[in-house]
Design a protein around this ligand. Structure first.
Ligand SMILES: Cc1cc2nc3c(=O)[nH]c(=O)nc-3n(C[C@H](O)[C@H](O)[C@H](O)COP(=O)(O)OP(=O)(O)OC[C@H]3O[C@@H](n4cnc5c(N)ncnc54)[C@H](O)[C@@H]3O)c2cc1C
Length: 508
């Protein structure tokens, strides 16, 4: 793997067997954590499933051309220096590499002395050890289950942004953008700037959110979000129709999207469309932290589960730190600072930075973090998605896209005794498809809570298992078999078979 410049030429076979730290995720949080760690002489490996560093916001930033600065904005361009600092560092970088598992390594006294991380790239899997791991796996778009959202021609706004940033793809035909959140207007502005025909923005932000948000206006008024938000609103309002107070939404068409149907002002409206882009905010991507056994809690302001971390971003699992939007949505600037704090925390646990020095270096970072978080509460309250768009009322609306399970089926299985998301898996295979619940987890929790008249925190989330991303069987089979793994499998077989059966299974 490379130090400095990015190379995708060499496979993961070139990686060492052990590092001081493995960082997963090359967004602002992971890049900053890895750069900080490399600066303390920690042997650091950064892995990311993307081919270039940047994560969501700074996606493909190292390949971006000056024209992208105009199209995608100054905030996007800011990622260039974060990526360049990392590429100049001594950290090793494994792009196009997916992390799919993390298992604790135990010392003689049973204490956790590190972790073994499962990685896969180009059809080859490896298990690599690290004394510390930082997960900086970012956010996901919140599910937006409306009738017809599985039709061809309906996708998430984030997916359209990925196509724009990575390949310069601009959607053709009539585009409608619907939902809520600051990214909705950012994406509308980016697409309009790139030449897309945006017929309308359907804003689903509930009217009453303005009152709730107003209580937190002070932080917002002194934050950079105010000026940025106003500029985006002006750009979008000048160049397309913005329809507010949308309270119902559906995509219609035979075999593909033909019309977007919405309710506003007590009436139903329709508009022909070739592409409907949906977005109602982002939530922490908890799949990895959940599978690793980290403690999570319900965040009422952001309506999501998030992992618990201490002031150095350490999780409840020894040797495992979490940074960035994966711990709660704070935005790119906050993610980069959290990455540096997590890096200092890890370096200190490795004995590479004395606690007093760590504390001293963290002081300005904590001040900057508090500044970067100003206005966040206002945004959370203002862009809190309406219940109608989080908990589908139409029983036919698909919730689990992988297994094609509808809201009605989920409600019926609650009545039949499925009390939580994990029992739901047994009843319906809900959340057991390739996405491992990423696209339905929160909807399932909130639907069950609604049906049982309970709070989502009482319902809980899926208990996820490794591998968290699809892994080919041949990759798994080709992994070196440790003694512990052999004993585990043989003991399992011995429990269920007579020893003679085992002998029969030996190849002749
Ligand atoms: C679709 C989408 C688009 C967004 N666009 C913007 C925007 O334009 N402007 C803005 O201000 N904010 C945007 N955000 C919010 C934004 O993600 C952040 O505030 C910021 O990028 C968070 O930084 P991060 O480092 O925590 O995570 P991210 O930047 O999300 O980086 C996480 C990285 O982890 C990698 N990863 C995840 N799981 C694995 C795994 N198992 N193995 C290997 N790699 C893995 C991902 O490939 C990704 O590169 C967007 C969010 C989403 C979900």
């Amino acid at each position: 793997m490379t130090k400095g410049r990015v190379s995708t030429e060499r496979g993961i076979a070139d990686l060492a067997d052990e590092y001081d730290v493995i960082v997963v995720g090359a967004g602002p949080a992971g890049l900053s954590a890895a750069t900080t760690l490399a600066g303390t002489n920690a042997r650091t490996l950064l892995v990311d499933e993307n081919r270039t560093p940047g994560g969501q916001i700074y996606r493909a930033i190292t390949l971006a051309q000056p024209v992208d600065r105009q199209r995608l904005g100054e905030d996007y361009w800011r990622g260039r220096s974060i990526a360049e600092d990392f590429l100049r560092s001594e950290a090793e970088y494994a792009p196009a590499t997916t992390a799919w598992s993390i298992q604790p390594l135990q010392g003689d006294a049973g204490q956790t002395i590190g972790h073994e991380v499962g990685l896969s790239s180009n059809g080859v899997a490896r298990l690599i050890q690290a004394r510390q791991v930082v997960l900086a796996t970012g956010a996901l778009e919140r599910p937006f289950p409306i009738p017809g959202w599985t039709l061809p021609g309906v996708m998430t706004a984030g997916a359209a942004q990925i196509a724009l940033k990575t390949s310069g793809l601009v959607p053709s035909g009539k585009v409608v953008i619907a939902g809520t959140g600051p990214l909705l207007y950012l994406l509308a502005a980016q697409l309009i700037e790139a030449g897309a025909t945006v017929s309308a923005v359907l804003d689903t932000t509930p009217r009453e959110n303005w009152l709730r948000a107003f209580r937190h206006a002070r932080g917002f008024l002194v934050s950079p979000y105010l000026a940025k938000g106003l500029k985006l609103l002006q750009t979008v309002q000048r160049r397309t129709r913005v329809i507010r107070w949308v309270s119902a939404l559906a995509a219609e068409g035979e075999g593909g999207l033909k019309e977007v149907v919405w309710g506003a002002g007590g009436r139903e409206h329709r508009m022909a469309a070739d592409l409907l882009l949906l977005h109602q905010g982002v939530v922490p991507n908890v799949n990895f932290s959940n599978s690793a056994g980290c403690a999570h809690e319900w965040d009422e302001a952001q309506l999501t589960f998030r992992p618990q971390v201490d002031e150095w971003s350490a999780s409840s699992v020894a040797g495992l730190a979490l940074a960035g939007d994966g711990t709660g949505i704070g935005g790119a600037e906050a993610a980069a600072i959290q990455g540096r704090i997590a890096g200092l925390g890890c370096a200190s646990r490795l004995g590479l930075v004395a606690p007093a020095e760590r504390d001293r270096l963290a002081v300005p970072l904590r001040t900057s973090l508090a500044r970067a978080m100003r206005g966040r509460r206002f945004l959370d309250e203002l862009y809190r998605p309406a219940k109608a768009f989080r908990v589908p009322q139409d029983p036919d609306t698909i919730v689990c896209r992988c297994e094609e399970i509808s809201a009605g089926q989920i409600r019926a299985s609650v009545s039949a005794g499925a009390g939580g998301p994990n029992q739901m898996k047994v009843f319906l295979r809900c959340g057991m498809g390739p996405c491992q619940g990423r696209l339905c987890g929160l909807t399932v929790t909130e639907l069950i809570a609604d049906e049982r008249s309970k709070h989502p925190s009482e319902i809980g989330y899926y208990r996820l298992r490794f591998p968290i991303k699809p892994l080919r069987l041949h990759e798994l089979a080709a992994l070196p078999q440790t003694e512990t793994a052999k004993v585990a499998v043989l003991a399992d077989l011995a429990d269920t078979h007579h020893p003679a059966d085992l002998n029969e299974r030996k190849p002749q």
